[in-house]
Every structure is written in structure tokens, then in C-alpha cells.
Design a protein around this ligand. Structure first.
Ligand SMILES: [Zn+2]
Length: 376
């Protein structure tokens, strides 16, 4: 039970008009302590953007209202009940964020809203892997809302945070690390690794395709009674939309425990004139599969991996209020051997460059992916 002399912030979310011109309306409410108003807009926008993305990509929201209700920091979590989300002041209302920080408030709101689909429309069978179907899918859904709001240079901060949390989590595992599709309430897997894997899947296979798979999965299992899905039901839908050439990703990322060791050994540039530069990268790459006890086997490389070049960090914040070094170049290159050299041309002076700069792949040494570019 939650009780207080709450102030209430109210708004209305409207869906896109259907073929008859009808829009679904959802009454949005945030019940908060009088003085805790600093982040209300972030939460309100989070609910709106999440409802829009999820209803357009997955299916209709089932209620006429969605509410967030603040509670004091006796506990530090938020949880999604049907149309109602209790939300700790500690992880939302009282957060002090700078513009360049990851907006955890917006993100947590989108995650809890996603449970209105993953958990409240599809209930998973209580077996190994079940939290992938609720928590990982909610992480993915929230991450897609973020992807459409923030530049990719900002998303990297979030992916790096998830990657470091996953690596820390597995180093403290006391039983067995399991692959994502067999996760047993291991938070570092179903939240942290789950975000990374799903981000990589949509990056390689396509956001539209992954959302189609999720829509098919939702339509098959929505409000099912007596029989509930397991992760095989989800991965079968993802496999069905994945071309043959990329099926290995589902095996590697979801069904196995796979790591990359990508490293930029040297990064140099040559001036070509007219603000054009030639960047040469000497790279080292490895792909490794680990079993549940940590025994590792090297796998052959055939991967397409992002190669990126960053320009200079601006002196002042840009029009949107950000201040980060922009990517001058970001393309996937096929990496077929442990040692490779890649040469690319960019417009604008290169400052840093490397392999998998956005930390989309699970790499145990993410800090050596990108290096300062030196003059040749
Ligand atoms: Zn959750």
C-alpha cells in the first residue's frame, strides 16, 4: 500500500490515428511528493515515447491509464503492475542529472512501461530463461526508445555501462554462468547482457525484423492461459526473420556465451588536403566461446564489425545541449583473421578511432577498442 498527500501531474497520450481516424487515449498520471518535481518531465516523456514506440511496433496498450507513484527510499526499485508503476524517489524523482548523463529516469520509465507488454500481455513459463522473456525484452524495448531519442554517441555510454556491469556480474558468479536463453534470475545476464545482445541483434539483423519477430511472438502468446512460452518460442521467431548468413548470431549470443577480444594496436593518419584524411588502423580480433565453468575455446572469425573514427570534441555544447566527439565514420568491415589492417578516408580531422567503438559486442577489454590517432 502506498499512501501520501500526493500532488498529481496529469497529461494525455494519444496514439497515431487508425484508418478510421480514431486515436486511442491513455490518461497519464504521476503521483509525487510536492517538492520532487525536477524530473517529472523526463518520466512523462518516457511514458509517452514508450507508449508510442511499443504500440506502433508491438501491439496495442491494453489499459486506459498509466500511473507512476512515488515512494520513499526505503527501497530502490520500480515495478510494473497492471497500469500502475510504484517508483522509488531514489532512482527517479531525486536523481540529479546533467545533460550528458544517461537519462536513467527516462530509461527506467520506458522499461517499466515495456512490462505492460512483456509480463502483462505475455506471461512466461516459470522455467530456465523466463527472465529473458520479461526483463531482457523490457530492456530491449526501453533501449529502442532511447535509440530514437539520443545520438549514437550517447547510446555508447549506456552500452558501455551495461557491458561493465555484465563483466563485473559474471566475475562474482558463484554457481554457473548460463547462456541468456537459460538464465536463472541472474540480473547481470537478463538485464545487462540482455541489453547488449538485443542491441547487437537489431543492429545486425535490423530493428524492423526484430520488432516483427516480437510482434509475432506477442500475437501468438498474448493472454494465453494454461500454456506459456519459453525462450525457444522467442528465439524461433527471431530465427524466422533472420537471414541464413546471420543465424550464427543467435547461436553465439543467445544460446552460447561468446566473447570478443577486439583491440586497436595502432591508429595513424595522413593528411590528403581539402580537409580529407587517410586513417590506418592495425587491429587484433578474437572470438571465444566459454562454457558454464569458464573453459574457453577460440572460434574462427568471419565477423562484420564496426570500425569508427571520431572527430574533435566541440568547445561548446551543440544546439541539443550535447558536447561529445562526433563520429566521422562508422561502417561494418568484415574481419577474417586475428591481425588485420584497415585504411579508410574521412572528412574532418580524426582524433580517435578503432574497432567496435560503440561497444555493441561483448568484449572483456572494452577500453582498448579505440585509440588516439597519431600523425604518420
Ligand atoms: Zn523489469
Amino acid at each position: 500500500m502506498q499512501s501520501d498527500k500526493y500532488e498529481v501531474m496529469k497529461d494525455i497520450w494519444k496514439s497515431k490515428a487508425d484508418s478510421n481516424g480514431t486515436q486511442k487515449e491513455v490518461a497519464l498520471e504521476i503521483y509525487h511528493h510536492k517538492e520532487h518535481t525536477a524530473n517529472l518531465d523526463r518520466m512523462m516523456n518516457g511514458m509517452k515515447d514508450a507508449l508510442s514506440y511499443f504500440s506502433e511496433n508491438f501491439g496495442e496498450y491494453q489499459h486506459r491509464q498509466l500511473r507512476i507513484i512515488e515512494f520513499p527510499r526505503y527501497q530502490s526499485f520500480a515495478q510494473s503492475f497492471a497500469n500502475t508503476v510504484p517508483y522509488s524517489e531514489e532512482i527517479g524523482f531525486m536523481l540529479n542529472m546533467k545533460k550528458d548523463d544517461i537519462d536513467m529516469n527516462y530509461y527506467v520509465t520506458a522499461h517499466e512501461t515495456a512490462h505492460q507488454w512483456w509480463g502483462h500481455q505475455v506471461t512466461e513459463a516459470p522455467v530456465q530463461g523466463s527472465s529473458m522473456l520479461s526483463e531482457t525484452l523490457s530492456q530491449y524495448s526501453a533501449l529502442m526508445v532511447m535509440k530514437h531519442k539520443y545520438p549514437k554517441e550517447m547510446i555508447q555510454k549506456f552500452l558501455k555501462y551495461e557491458l561493465e556491469s555484465y563483466l563485473r556480474g559474471r566475475s562474482g558468479e558463484r554457481k554457473k554462468e548460463l547462456p541468456l536463453d537459460l538464465v536463472e534470475r541472474q540480473q547481470y545476464i537478463h538485464y545487462r547482457k540482455g541489453s547488449l545482445i538485443m542491441f547487437a541483434l537489431q543492429d545486425y539483423i535490423g530493428e524492423d525484423k526484430i520488432n516483427l519477430a516480437l510482434r509475432n511472438y506477442l500475437n501468438k502468446w498474448k493472454f494465453s492461459e494454461g500454456i506459456y512460452p519459453t525462450t525457444t518460442d522467442l528465439t524461433d521467431e527471431i530465427k524466422a526473420v533472420t537471414p541464413d548468413s546471420l543465424q550464427y548470431l543467435i547461436t553465439d549470443l543467445v544460446e552460447n556465451i561468446t566473447f570478443y577480444d577486439n583491440e586497436t594496436k595502432t591508429a595513424t593518419y595522413k593528411e590528403l588536403g581539402n580537409d580529407m584524411y587517410e586513417v590506418t588502423l592495425v587491429l587484433k580480433s578474437k572470438k571465444i566461446v566459454a562454457d558454464s565453468l569458464g573453459l574457453e575455446t577460440e572460434l574462427p572469425l568471419t565477423e562484420w564489425i564496426d570500425i569508427g573514427v571520431y572527430g574533435e570534441e566541440p568547445k561548446k555544447v551543440n544546439a541539443e545541449g550535447y558536447k561529445f566527439a562526433p563520429l566521422l565514420y562508422l561502417e561494418k568491415h568484415q574481419i577474417r583473421k586475428e591481425n588485420s589492417t584497415i585504411t579508410i578516408k574521412v572528412k574532418g580531422k580524426p582524433v580517435k578511432a578503432g574497432i567496435d567503438p560503440l561497444n555493441k559486442l561483448i568484449d572483456r577489454h572494452p577500453d582498448d577498442n579505440v585509440k588516439k590517432v597519431e600523425k604518420e
